[in-house]
Ligand binder design. Structure first.
Ligand SMILES: C[S@@+](CC[C@H](N)C(=O)[O-])C[C@H]1O[C@@H](n2cnc3c(N)ncnc32)[C@H](O)[C@@H]1O
Length: 409
């Protein structure tokens, strides 16, 4: 007989398979295929965590994330991109007074996260939902009507997704040109864009992703050779469109093209622009929002959105008392983005492009005029030495990037 374990406030279900007597999440088929089934018996403590070193990738900038969230008040933290649950596990292990609501568009990732967090003994403090983070208000409001203690976004694609050829994210492994985070709902695949989009649209998204010099050549080469069906075919076309001399520098030319397609398929910049104001709005005073982004397009949105929330659109001259009736609601935890440590990049080159930004919600100052550059608003960073900026006014403004127009034939 199949036994089920349900949490009162979670959709995630663990079932005990009658044939293998192994615990399985309801959507963990790919996980088992990738991990060859057996759950390892041996786990070892890593900085207070019980986790297997080999089975899971170390989450990007995990020590920094834990330190930044260590000051948040007790309550619900949303891991908006729970992936395989690495950041969630670290946060639950270090902060016993929080619960986690983990979101992901990828059902396979949720399967892995549920098993990982169950095995680590945190199941009673976790809820997982298969939903996009742009629906943060809707999903978190009934679980925590008084607001959130934290929101974490670790953007982009996971190692698990990159390493699975069937997902089509990798130019290094041949598979279908899919690239959907959510294969259950989103019907537009990268293959459809590659084979049907106007070359001008392709050139535009390639250029926006950093492939400025050869965007048009690559788009025209794709148009000449389509239909294309595998990631290898696509990577080869991109490579052949680049002059031989230019191929020797800057890594594989398909990297930026694949990134551009993935961002377009999943509407990544638009949903981020929608989600960040929601996250900031939902935080309780002292609550923090942390975003790890992996390319300049994402980081630009985070920087803009955080500065908007921390500055509130106030037009008063810097250094003078604010007289424009703005309310202080947020401050930047660091004036600039943080990169990963050189050691982390050496251990995990995929972390190399990561940039972390953090914002803290502050109590609204009961109507009295606020000042933008108060020395008292400088607070120590989690690193101890540095000082951080305490600026911020109302969060009334919200930024939406112009929705990218898609043109299909
Ligand atoms: C870099 S991984 C996160 C890894 C995770 N922090 C961990 O420790 O395992 C990014 C995850 O975000 C998910 N994702 C991407 N866009 C999303 C969205 N709009 N809403 C929810 N999840 C999303 C992806 O499916 C992927 O699993």
């Amino acid at each position: 007989m199949t036994r089920s374990i349900w949490q009162p406030w979670t959709d995630a279900q663990l079932v005990c398979s009658p044939s293998t007597e192994q615990l399985e999440a309801h959507s963990s088929a790919l996980f088992h295929a990738d991990c060859a089934g057996e759950l390892p018996d041996e786990t070892e403590p890593v900085e207070g965590l019980q986790m297997s070193c080999e089975r899971y990738h170390r989450p990007v900038m995990v020590d920094e994330v834990v330190k930044i969230f260590s000051s948040v008040p007790p309550g619900l933290v949303v891991d908006a991109t729970v992936g395989s649950g690495g950041h969630s596990q670290a946060l639950l292990a270090s902060l016993p007074y929080i619960r986690i609501l983990g979101l992901d568009l990828d059902e396979d990732a949720l399967g892995v996260a549920s098993i990982r967090l169950y095995e680590a003994g945190f199941w009673g403090r976790v809820a997982l939902r298969h939903i996009g983070f742009d629906r943060l208000v809707e999903i978190s409001s009934h679980l925590s009507p008084h607001g959130l203690s934290g929101v974490l976004f670790d953007l982009g694609v996971s190692s698990m997704q990159l390493d699975s050829p069937l997902r089509g994210f990798s130019y290094q492994r041949s598979g279908p040109i899919d690239m959907r985070m959510d294969r259950s709902r989103n019907s537009v695949t990268a293959e459809r864009i590659v084979n049907a989009a106007d070359p001008a649209y392709l050139a535009k998204i390639f250029a926006e992703s950093g492939e400025r010099r050869f965007a048009w050549r690559i788009a025209k080469a794709i148009e000449r050779t389509r239909p294309l069906h595998t990631t290898k075919e696509l990577a080869d076309v991109v490579r052949s469109a680049i002059p031989a001399a230019a191929r020797r520098t800057g890594g594989h030319p398909a990297k930026r093209v694949f990134q551009a397609l993935r961002i377009a398929v999943n509407n990544e910049l638009e949903v981020l622009s929608v989600a960040l104001p929601q996250a900031i709005e939902l935080l309780v005073p002292g609550g923090r929002c942390v975003v790890i982004s992996y390319h300049s397009g994402e980081d630009r949105i985070v920087k803009h959105q955080f500065r908007l929330a921390a500055g509130g659109g106030c037009s008063c001259p810097p250094g003078l008392p604010c007289t424009c009736q703005s309310n202080v609601t947020a401050r930047l935890v660091f004036p600039k983005s943080l990169p990963p440590s050189p050691q982390e990049v050496a251990d995990n080159p995929r972390a190399g492009s990561a940039r972390l930004r953090a914002l803290e919600k502050v109590a609204v100052s009961g109507g009295s005029p606020s000042t933008h550059t108060l020395p008292s608003s400088l607070t120590p960073s989690p690193w101890g030495g540095k000082k951080v900026l305490g600026v911020g006014i109302s969060s009334s403004g919200s930024y939406r990037s112009p929705t990218a127009s898609r043109r299909y034939r």
